[in-house]
Design a protein around this ligand. Structure first.
Ligand SMILES: O=C(O)COP(=O)(O)O
Ligand SMILES: [Mg+2]
Length: 231
């Protein structure tokens, strides 16, 4: 398996570069507690991550992934305000990089790839987390879930990155743990890489038929560095 002609690596964040579940779950449960509700186990909350903070909050209020139709928007607004405040204070308290991501990103950048970040997480949190991990200089463009009206699985954020950097879709890869990343890539005409160690609502990423699948960041990095055509 070789890769040629790729210049731009668009990375998902949560579940791909960072394991953010402990902080997201803690903020979700703190919000529920403030609302007088019962907390949920971390493994349950993990299955609600992937469509941004507001959807996580709506799922937590519903107690399941399918959001309750009786949930009023104002109820979500109020709960979301609590969640955002709590998470802002603890967005990188227990969050860690997955193994070999730190060195891998530096090697990929060094090798000449252009790196971009395309997350569904609200953009306000992203600079702080990148700074805490020492990654702020790696990414040429950073897109949050609210940077545009559309978020993944809509291809708009990926189109935006390609247009901003003037790199065509066929020279890009979208790398993520979730069906939302793979669908966004497929819709943008971008080859996709699924990583198996993330969240994806507990489903195997292979079901989304990404172009390539890797079970570790180290293997992904080695593959991306294995072809000298990248420079
Ligand atoms: O905030 C989320 O729901 C997940 O964000 P991600 O797109 O970085 O996986
Ligand atoms: Mg993800």
């Amino acid at each position: 398996m070789t890769i040629d002609n790729k210049q731009l690596l668009m990375f998902d964040f949560d579940g791909t570069l960072i394991n953010s579940v402990p902080d997201l779950a803690a903020a979700t449960n703190e919000m529920l507690q403030q609302l007088g509700r019962e907390p949920y186990p971390l493994s349950t909350i993990e299955g609600w991550i992937g469509n941004g903070s507001r959807m996580l909050v709506a799922r937590a209020l519903s107690g399941e992934r399918i959001v309750s139709e009786t949930l009023a928007p104002s109820e979500i607004d109020d709960a979301e305000a609590i969640f955002l405040e709590v998470y802002a204070a603890h967005d990188v308290s227990q969050t860690t990089a997955y193994p070999d991501v730190d060195t891998g990103l530096a090697q990929l950048k060094q090798a000449g790839y252009t790196l971009a970040l395309v997350t569904n997480k609200p953009i306000r949190f992203v600079p702080h987390i990148l700074e805490a991990l020492g990654w702020q200089a790696h990414f040429s463009v950073v897109m949050g879930g609210d940077s545009l009206p559309q978020k993944k699985p809509d291809p708009a954020p990926l189109h935006h990155v390609c247009e901003t950097l003037q790199i065509s879709a066929d020279k890009a890869l979208m790398i993520g743990d979730s069906v939302n990343d793979i669908l966004a890539g497929q819709r943008a005409g971008v080859d996709t890489v699924g990583v198996t160690y993330g969240y994806n609502y507990g489903q195997p990423i292979s079901e989304s038929q990404p172009t390539y699948v890797f079970d570790s960041f180290a293997k992904l990095t080695a593959w991306l560095l294995s072809d000298d055509l990248i420079l």
